[in-house]
Design a protein around this ligand. Structure first.
Ligand code: NAG
Ligand code: NAG
Ligand code: NAG
Ligand code: NAG
Length: 390
């Protein structure tokens, strides 16, 4: 988030599916030709180097891409997503990954409140130290079963379509030291995810947010190796959940195409194709992109245009904007509405968003989206977020 405060995210709804046709040797459709859809009767296979991609029920098109194997599996898909970070279990995680708080449960009533308005994605951040009090150690079952899991279950129960991002909110750090770069080992990092994969691996509505906002990471290639290590560990634990892979510079959507993105697109999924490896990006709209000011100065449309271009050019990959937001001010109402409309229209490359933040934040926090006690929404939610929910 929003550097000096905690908070997070949530997830999804309608669908695109990428259909990988069996390879045939004749009558294949050329790149950008139609290859499927209701009442379409032509060939459904695409020339080499392109993949038949369902854009909607009526139209599938041969888009550049590589099917991943001789009998490539049908890649997995998520619907269009939109919602909010429900913060609290991350409160007092510092940006150096230290923590000495206790966490505050997000009010469960918010999940139905927002779901009734069309939200289908909730991001639920947590402090690593709350989940595993010792680095690389066991999950605190008391805390998990009394606090975190009931919150996740409340979110999942808000609608059958709801997706939940469980977000390890530690900035690639534990108590001031960076994973595999002076801090915890890759195995210690993977350990928490192996355990969470054992708990949530049977529910594909749970998306694993591998790490919130890595920043000031000395070696980005080494960081990407750490990400690959976690991907391998989660799959070794038997989980097929969607994974949200973070880059660098506070998960900056702007830096992604030139910084971590070119390395992260090379991370592979032992499942066989990359359709379940999504990228995690953040972007605020204030003057220094910190998410700490009430006023907004940009709608970031150029940033997201560049991001979409990069993702399409690198195998039609997908991202979720898991943090964005602004104050309940006129400038943010206009600019965030523009930005979220652009994100919504960039589906399926951009699957959706979760704004920062509701949950345990009170209604005076500078970026608060927590509804008032009388059930009324914040001004920004009403003007910019709600109209762009799925
Ligand atoms: C598909 O074809 C049938 C039969 O011609 C027609 O009734 C139907 O409206 C068509 N559906 C669409 C979506 O075009
Ligand atoms: C933890 O406690 C120490 C000592 O009171 C304080 O300096 C530090 O800011 C605290 N860190 C967080 C993340 O609250
Ligand atoms: C485990 O969680 C419980 C409930 O929140 C807490 O009281 C206890 O101190 C935690 N244990 C450790 C070792 O942090
Ligand atoms: C709900 O409470 C807020 C904050 O006190 C107030 O601004 C708003 O007018 C109230 N709405 C209704 C419908 O009472």
């Amino acid at each position: 988030m929003a550097r000096s405060s905690p908070g997070l995210l949530n997830i999804m709804k309608y669908t695109i599916s990428i259909l990988v046709a069996a390879s045939l040797v004749y009558a294949q459709q050329a790149q950008y030709q139609q290859c499927g859809g209701i009442n379409y009767s032509g060939d459904t296979t695409c020339v080499s180097g392109s993949v038949c991609t369902k854009l909607n029920d009526y139209y599938s098109q041969c888009l550049p891409g590589t099917p991943s194997g001789p009998s490539a599996p049908t890649p997995s898909t998520l619907p269009r997503l939109g919602g909010v970070n429900t913060a609290g279990y991350d409160f007092s995680v510092a940006t150096d990954g230290s923590f000495n708080g206790t966490g505050v449960p997000p009010p469960p009533s918010q999940f139905t409140h927002f779901a009734n308005e069309g939200a289908n994605l909730f991001r639920i951040p947590f402090a690593w130290q709350l989940m595993t009090p010792q680095v690389g150690g066991s999950i605190n079952e008391t805390w998990f079963s009394s606090f975190y899991d009931p919150t996740v279950q409340a979110a999942l129960a808000s609608s059958p379509d709801t997706r939940v991002i469980i977000d390890l909110h530690n900035y690639a750090r534990w108590n001031g030291a960076i994973i595999a770069q002076g801090g915890p080992t890759n195995d210690q990092f993977a350990s928490v995810w192996t355990q969470l994969a054992q708990k949530y691996g049977s529910n594909e509505r749970v998306i694993f947010g591998i790490m919130n906002e890595p920043h000031d990471v000395p070696n980005i290639a080494t960081w990407v190796d750490s990400v690959q290590h976690v991907v391998n560990a989660v799959r070794a634990a038997g989980s097929k959940n969607f994974l949200l892979l973070p880059g660098s510079s506070w998960s900056s959507a702007q830096a992604f195409p030139t910084e971590a993105g070119p390395l992260l697109v090379k991370v592979t999924d032992p499942l066989g194709d990359n359709s379940k490896l999504l990228f995690d990006v953040h972007k605020y709209l204030d003057s220094d992109n910190s998410g700490t000011h009430p006023d907004c100065t940009t709608d970031n449309v150029q940033v997201f245009t560049d991001l979409v271009t990069f993702l399409k050019a690198n195998g039609n990959r997908q991202a979720i904007l898991s943090e964005t937001g602004g104050g309940n001010t006129a400038s943010c109402e206009t600019l965030l509405a523009n930005q979220l409309a652009f994100v919504k229209n960039s589906f399926p490359t951009l699957l959706g968003f979760t704004v920062w933040a509701a949950g345990a934040f009170d209604t005076t926090y500078v970026l608060t989206q927590t509804p008032f006690a009388n059930g009324t929404d914040q001004a920004l939610w009403t003007a910019a977020v709600k109209p762009n929910l799925p």
